[in-house]
Write a protein that binds this ligand. Structure first.
Ligand code: HEC
Length: 199
């Protein structure tokens, strides 16, 4: 019995050691991605991760909205106004709602408009460094240092990606066609009635 326990114990210890060794070797072997591979990975994450659901304007088809690929990730279209809304519908505890592009969102936080993620200098993230892009998504602050990002931008989950994945997304976004589209400033809750009265 003693012998059996001894053998079982040593086997367990060796298995752990072998597993540890295997893990270390794997880490050493994980190679750095080339710039091209990084961009391809970023493209994969952005397009399977659903960024365009909110950040790309839509074309309305018989089967519902599809992404307008001439404006990929350009954000809520400049100059568009939201259709009329009874603001009581979005009082705390009631509804959150959106419009035809799925790019503007109304709720107790007011109206949030999806940002322009193309590398345009004045209206997109052209001036945003990789470091500040990562800070934006990790800390949920506009341009990395500004006001807190509003719902429904899912930064608390996106911000949990690895540094490499966030860098990959940034690298891919830099390769997009820059689109000049100045997304409106958010509308605070106390200005909702005024915004919808403008219609
Ligand atoms: C459910 C809708 C939604 C999804 C999905 C979404 N976003 Fe957003 N995003 C928003 C909204 C709305 C804003 C604007 C928030 C604000 O103005 O406070 C925003 C803002 C941002 C900003 C801040 C821009 C700036 O200039 O600081 C970045 C960066 C961003 N999103 C990246 C992404 C990426 C990358 C993905 C996909 C992995 C993504 N978003 C998915 C809705 C969304």
């Amino acid at each position: 019995m003693r012998n059996f326990l001894f053998i079982a114990f040593t086997t367990a210890v060796f298995s752990v050691l072998i597993l540890l060794q295997f893990n270390c070797t794997q880490q050493v072997e994980q190679k750095m991605l080339s710039q091209e591979e990084l961009i391809a990975r970023g493209k994969y994450i952005v397009h399977t991760g659903g960024c365009g659901d909110c950040h790309t304007p839509k074309i309305i088809t018989a089967n519902g909205p599809i992404e307008d690929t001439t404006r990929t990730l350009a954000g809520f279209p400049e100059g568009e106004m939201l259709p009329p809304l009874d603001v009581k519908m979005v009082a705390p505890g009631n509804w959150y709602t959106t419009e035809k592009n799925l790019a503007a969102w109304v709720g107790p936080w007011g109206i949030s408009f999806s940002a322009n993620l193309t590398p345009d200098n004045g209206t997109g993230i052209g001036g945003l460094s990789e470091e500040m892009f990562i800070k934006t998504l990790r800390e949920g602050k506009f341009m990395g240092v500004g006001r807190p990002l509003l719902p429904p931008m899912p930064w608390p989950t996106i911000g949990q990606m690895t540094d490499e994945d966030l860098k990959a997304m940034y690298a891919y976004l830099r390769t997009l066609k820059p689109i000049n589209n100045k997304v409106p400033e958010p509308v605070p809750p106390n200005k909702l009635a005024e915004y919808f009265a403008k219609k």
